[in-house]
Design a protein around this ligand. Structure first.
Ligand code: ADP
Ligand code: MG
Length: 744
C-alpha cells in the first residue's frame, strides 16, 4: 500500500478524478479497453497510474506503462507521481529516447510514445506490461495513433495467451469518436468514462486589430497592462517557441524587477481598471487540441529558429515601459527543453507579494496544469511542422492555431476561479481559424511510418487499424519510394502480371536493408545513405552530411533588407565573406562535383574545428543554432550507427580531415542512392522551347524546367545530371542541395 504525506493526500482529494476512482477501476476490471476523458488538470495523468498501482496492477510480473507525446510530460509526471506516492524514482521512473532512470524495481514507467513503439519492435506482446495508458490521446500525434492501432491487436492476443493486459486511452477532450466509433479498431466500442471537472467561467477578450508583425511586442504590452491594472491572479502567456519565450521573459523582468525580499508597495493598491466585455462562457466540452510540435525526437524539439532575440526588437521597444520595482512580477519560462528543476518552479507558489507570470509554449496547453492562473494571454499562433510535398522534408513554421486549441488555452484561466483570456487577434481572425487541428498523420508523408510498420512485420499497411487512415495515395507513394530505396522487396513479376488487386493493395515485405534503415532516426532517404556509408571509411562524412541536410538553412540570411546605410555595408561585407567561404568549403578538383553537399561538409568540418563557437558562426555567415543542432544530430546518428553495426566503431571527430578523392566518388554514389528519385537532366538544345529554359534542368515530376541557384557551388559548372535535395519556388523553381552525378 501507499504511504502518502498528509498535504499530498489533501490536494489529491480536491481532484475531480478521485471521485471517479471506483467507476474507473471497475470499468478497467471488466473491459480490456477503456477511454477516459477529463478536462486538463482533473488529475488523469497523476492519479490513474496510482489507482492502478493500488489495485495491484504492478504487483505481479507486469508493470504499469504510461505514454506521453511530449518528453517534458514524461519526465515531470514521473517525478510528480513518485513524490505523491512517496516512492523512489527507482520505482516510478521514466524513459525518453536517450535518457531515463528505469531500474529492475520500476513499477510505473512514464515514457514517450516513440519509446513504446520501439519496445513493440522488440517484443510484440509487450509482456513486461500489465496495463498501458496512452495519455494525451487528443493530441493525435502519429505515434499515439499507431500505438492505439497496434494495441487494439496486442491486447486480444495477450488475453488469448492467458496473460491479460489492459489499455486505457486518456484524452483531455470529448472528441474521441475516432477511437470509439471505429469498428476496425475496436469491434465493440470501449466504454467512455467522463470526469466532470469544475470549470469557472472564462471571459474572452479579443483584440480589435491583429498584429501581424510584432506579436511578441503586443504580448509584452498586454501582459504589462494586466499586471498594472488587474486584481491578483497568475498570468499565463502562450507563445510559439523558446526564443520568443526568453525574449518576453527578459523584457518583463526588466519592466517589473523582482528581488527576493522587496515588498510589493504599489502592488494591488492602484485603482483597478476592469477591461470586462462580458462574452458568453465558452464551450469547453467540445474541442480537441493540436498535434504536437515538440515530439519525442530531440532534434525536432530543439529546433527553434524563428526569430532570434535580435529580430524580436528586444531592446528598442522597452523604452516606453519604465522599470517599476514597486510591482514585482515573478516571471518564469516554460518550454520543452527547459531543465526539469526549472520547469518544476511553475508548480510552486510565487514569493509573497509577487504575481506569478509563466511565459510558455503550447506545452502548457494540455500537458501541464499550472496552479493559480487567472489571466491567459494568447498570441493565437503555434509552431508546427510543415512538410514539403515534393521532398517530404519538414520545417517548422509559425501559423494560426485552431479554435479548439485557442479554447483550451483560454480554459487554463478558469481552473480555480473565474478567469480572463486576452486574445491578441480579432474575433474575425478567430472565425477563420480551423475548428480542430487535423490528426498529424493526415498532414505528412508516411514513408517513415510505413517503414517502421513493415519493420514490425505489418505487411499490408492499408489494412492497419489507424484511428484516422492516411490517404491511399500517400501510402502507395510511400511504398513505391521504399521499394526504390531497396527497403522493401520488389513485387515479383508474377505478382505484377496477374495483378488482380489494385496496386494500392500491393504489399511488399521489408528487406534486410530496410531493417537497418528502420533503426536510424531520420527519414528513409537519409537512412539509406547511412546504411551505405560503411564503404571506404565514408561513414563520418555521410553522418555529417546527413546531419547538415536534415537541419534546415545552415547559412544566415544576409539578403535581408538593411535598416541603415551602415548596416547595408556591413551586410555586403558579410555576404562577400560568406561567398568566399562557400568557395573554400566547396573544395577543388573532385570535391567540386559533390557540389552543395561538399559545401555543407566543409562548413560543418570548419565550424567543428573552430569549436563550434558563436564567434566563428557570426564571422562566417553560419547560423549558430543550426550548427549546434547539427552537432547534436551528429552525436545521435553516430550512436545509432554504432548500435546497428558495432564493428564499424565510428566516432565524432571534431578534427575531421576533408574526404579523399576516392571518398568523394564514393560519397557521390551514396548520395545518388538516397536521392535517386530526385534526378534532373540538363535541358538539351533541341528541347529549348523558350530561351529562358537555357541552363534549366528537366525532372520527371515537372513539365517546366528547374534551375541551379546562383549561390550553388554548381551554378557555373552546370553538370549534365544532378541530384537535388528539394525544389523550392522563389523567383524561379530552384533546386537546393545539388550534387553532380556524372563526371564531366
Ligand atoms: P490531467 O492529466 O487531468 O491534466 P494532472 O494529473 O496532470 O491532470 O494534474 C492534476 C493536478 O496536479 C493539477 O492541479 C496540477 O497542478 C497538479 N500537479 C501536476 N504536476 C505537479 C507538480 N509537479 N507539482 C505540483 N502540482 C502538480
Ligand atoms: Mg494529463
Amino acid at each position: 500500500s501507499v504511504d502518502r504525506l498528509p498535504e499530498i493526500q489533501d490536494s489529491r482529494l480536491r481532484l475531480p478524478v478521485l471521485a471517479e476512482e471506483q467507476v474507473i477501476m471497475e470499468a478497467v476490471r471488466e473491459n480490456s479497453f477503456v477511454v477516459l476523458c477529463g478536462e486538463t488538470g482533473s488529475g488523469k495523468t497523476t492519479q490513474v497510474p496510482q489507482f492502478l498501482y493500488e489495485a495491484g496492477y504492478a504487483s505481479g510480473t507486469g508493470i504499469i506503462g504510461v505514454t506521453e507525446p511530449r518528453r517534458v510530460a514524461a519526465v515531470s509526471m514521473s517525478h510528480r507521481v513518485a513524490k505523491e506516492m512517496n516512492l523512489s524514482t527507482r520505482v516510478v521512473s521514466y524513459q525518453i529516447r536517450y535518457e531515463g532512470n528505469v531500474t529492475s524495481d520500476t513499477k510505473i514507467k512514464f515514457m514517450t510514445d516513440g519509446v513504446l513503439l520501439k519496445e513493440i519492435q522488440k517484443d510484440f506482446l509487450l509482456q513486461r506490461y500489465s496495463v498501458i495508458i496512452i495519455d494525451e490521446a487528443h493530441e493525435r500525434s502519429v505515434y499515439t495513433d499507431i500505438l492505439i492501432g497496434l494495441l487494439s491487436r496486442i491486447v486480444p492476443l495477450r488475453n488469448k495467451k492467458g496473460l491479460p493486459m489492459k489499455l486505457i486511452v486518456m484524452s483531455a477532450t470529448l472528441r474521441v469518436e475516432d477511437f470509439t466509433e471505429n469498428r476496425k479498431l475496436f469491434p465493440t466500442p470501449p466504454p467512455v468514462i467522463k470526469v466532470e471537472a469544475r470549470q469557472f467561467p472564462v471571459s474572452v477578450h479579443f483584440n480589435k486589430r491583429t498584429p501581424l508583425e510584432d506579436y511578441t511586442g503586443e504580448v509584452f504590452h498586454k501582459t504589462c497592462k494586466i499586471h498594472r491594472m488587474l486584481p491578483p491572479g497568475g498570468i499565463l502567456v502562450f507563445l510559439t517557441g523558446q526564443a520568443e519565450v526568453h525574449s518576453v521573459c527578459r523584457r518583463l523582468r526588466r519592466a517589473f524587477p523582482f528581488r527576493r525580499g522587496n515588498t510589493a508597495t504599489g502592488m494591488f493598491k492602484k485603482k483597478y481598471i476592469f477591461l470586462y466585455t462580458s462574452l458568453p462562457r465558452i464551450d469547453l466540452d467540445n474541442y480537441s487540441a493540436l498535434p504536437v510540435d515538440e515530439g519525442d525526437e530531440d532534434r525536432l524539439a530543439g529546433i527553434d529558429d524563428e526569430g532570434s532575440d535580435l529580430e524580436l526588437g528586444d531592446d528598442t521597444a522597452d523604452t516606453e515601459e519604465k522599470a517599476d520595482p514597486s510591482l514585482p512580477l515573478y516571471v518564469l519560462p516554460l518550454y520543452s527543453l527547459l531543465a526539469p528543476e526549472q520547469q518544476a518552479k511553475v508548480f510552486r507558489p510565487p514569493p509573497h507579494g509577487a504575481r506569478l507570470c509563466v511565459v510558455a509554449t503550447n506545452v502548457a496547453e494540455t500537458s501541464l496544469t499550472i496552479p493559480g492562473i487567472k489571466y491567459v494571454v494568447d498570441c493565437g499562433r503555434v509552431k508546427k511542422r510543415f512538410y514539403d510535398r515534393v521532398t517530404g522534408i519538414s520545417s517548422f513554421k509559425v501559423s494560426w492555431t485552431s479554435q479548439a486549441s485557442a479554447n483550451q488555452r483560454a480554459g487554463r484561466s478558469g481552473r480555480t476561479e473565474p478567469g480572463h483570456c486576452y486574445r491578441l487577434y480579432s474575433s474575425a481572425v478567430f472565425g477563420d481559424f480551423s475548428l480542430f487541428s487535423e490528426a498529424e498523420i493526415t498532414r505528412r508523408p508516411v514513408e517513415d511510418l510505413v517503414l517502421q510498420m513493415k519493420d514490425l512485420n505489418i505487411d499490408k499497411v492499408v489494412n492497419f487499424p489507424f484511428p484516422t487512415t492516411p490517404s491511399a495515395e500517400a501510402l502507395v507513394a510511400a511504398e513505391q519510394l521504399l521499394v526504390s530505396l531497396g527497403a522493401l522487396e520488389e513485387p515479383s513479376p508474377l505478382q505484377i502480371l496477374y495483378l488482380t488487386i489494385p496496386s494500392s493493395r500491393l504489399s511488399c515485405p521489408i528487406s534486410p536493408l530496410g531493417r537497418a534503415m528502420a533503426s536510424f532516426p531520420v527519414s528513409p532517404r537519409y537512412a539509406k545513405m547511412l546504411a551505405l556509408g560503411k564503404q571506404q571509411d565514408c561513414l563520418p562524412y555521410v553522418i555529417a552530411v546527413v546531419a547538415a541536410m536534415t537541419v534546415r538553412e545552415i547559412f544566415e540570411d544576409l539578403d535581408r533588407p538593411a535598416g541603415s546605410e551602415d548596416e547595408s555595408s556591413k551586410l555586403a561585407q558579410r555576404r562577400a565573406r560568406l561567398a568566399q567561404m562557400r568557395r573554400l568549403w566547396a573544395g577543388q578538383g573532385a570535391s567540386l562535383l559533390l557540389g552543395d553537399l561538399m559545401v555543407l561538409l566543409g562548413a560543418v568540418g570548419a565550424c567543428e574545428f573552430a569549436g563550434c563557437t558563436l564567434k566563428f558562426c557570426e564571422e562566417n555567415g553560419l547560423r549558430y543554432k543550426a550548427m549546434l543542432e547539427i552537432r547534436r544530430l551528429r552525436g545521435q546518428l553516430t550512436n545509432a550507427v554504432n548500435s546497428v553495426c558495432p564493428e564499424v566503431g565510428v566516432f565524432v571527430d571534431c578534427k575531421m580531415a576533408p574526404p579523399t578523392e576516392s571518398q568523394v566518388v564514393c560519397l557521390r554514389q551514396i548520395v545518388l542512392a538516397g536521392l535517386g528519385d530526385h534526378l534532373a537532366r540538363r535541358v538539351q538544345q533541341e528541347e529549348l522551347l523558350d530561351p529562358k529554359w537555357r541552363n534549366g534542368y528537366k525532372t520527371p515530376l515537372l513539365d517546366e524546367p528547374v534551375y541551379i541557384h546562383p549561390s550553388s557551388a554548381l551554378f557555373k559548372t552546370l553538370p549534365q545530371f544532378v541530384v537535388y535535395q528539394e525544389i523550392l519556388e522563389t523567383t524561379k523553381m530552384y533546386m537546393r542541395g545539388v550534387s553532380a552525378v556524372e563526371p564531366e
